[in-house]
Design a protein around this ligand. Structure first.
Ligand code: URA
Length: 202
């Protein structure tokens, strides 16, 4: 097991909500400024009992239009990765740390991430995945409250509330830097081993 990203934080309150309750609670969310420019709040998609959960950054233009995470160019690459790993979008769960699109595809800021965090936490607690994969620095830092660069964290098991977390590159980055796809492939082999019960997260 790698060094934890930060000293163990106090556990966040446990939730027994279902995903539909959490979505209902978010409602026509106006807890941060992103509601003003969004088309759809992009809650998440996939198996409510998924054993594997992917967490990205925030919806882009396509996702904002369709109301589904990872349906644009980065999503196509994520789909290809899942397919090559023998996984389907239906068996995993995919969401983002920010549920609404930041204008001009900027990163969600600290306030926006904080406003969405209780819902992300509740989603994880409702699904109780066996493994979480964080896609990119924004998702990794937001979930783990870590500050170390993604390059130091990726490929190394982390933990969030006792759930193994594997940080890896964001598919948008891999579209720009295809030579690093091999590293995400390697990270995902570690994830698959745990997911298939053939390895442990250490
Ligand atoms: N990038 C993300 O981080 N999330 C999406 O849903 C789409 C692109």
């Amino acid at each position: 097991m790698a060094q934890p990203a930060e000293p163990t934080a106090p556990p966040e309150p446990l939730s027994t909500l279902r995903l539909s309750d959490i979505r209902q609670e978010m409602g026509d969310c106006r807890r941060c400024q992103l509601w003003k420019t969004r088309t759809h709040l992009v809650f998440g998609t996939g198996n409510p009992r998924a054993r594997l959960m992917f967490i990205g950054e925030a919806p882009g233009a396509e996702e904002d239009q369709q109301g589904e995470p990872f349906v644009g160019a980065a999503g196509q690459l994520l789909n290809r990765l899942l397919e090559r790993l023998g996984l389907t979008r239906e068996e995993v769960y995919i969401t983002n740390v920010a549920k609404c699109r930041p204008p001009n595809n900027r990163n969600p800021d600290a306030e926006e991430i904080a406003a969405c965090r209780p819902f992300l936490v509740q989603q994880i607690q409702a699904i109780r995945p066996q493994v979480i994969v964080t896609l990119g620095a924004v998702a990794t830092h937001a979930l783990l409250k870590a500050k170390a660069p993604l390059n130091r964290l990726r490929g190394q098991w982390q933990k969030w509330q006792n759930i193994p977390v594997m940080p890896t590159f964001h598919p948008s980055y891999l579209l720009r830097v295809p030579q690093d796809r091999i590293k995400t492939w390697e990270d995902m082999q570690k994830v698959l081993a745990v997911y298939r019960g053939e390895g442990t997260a250490d």
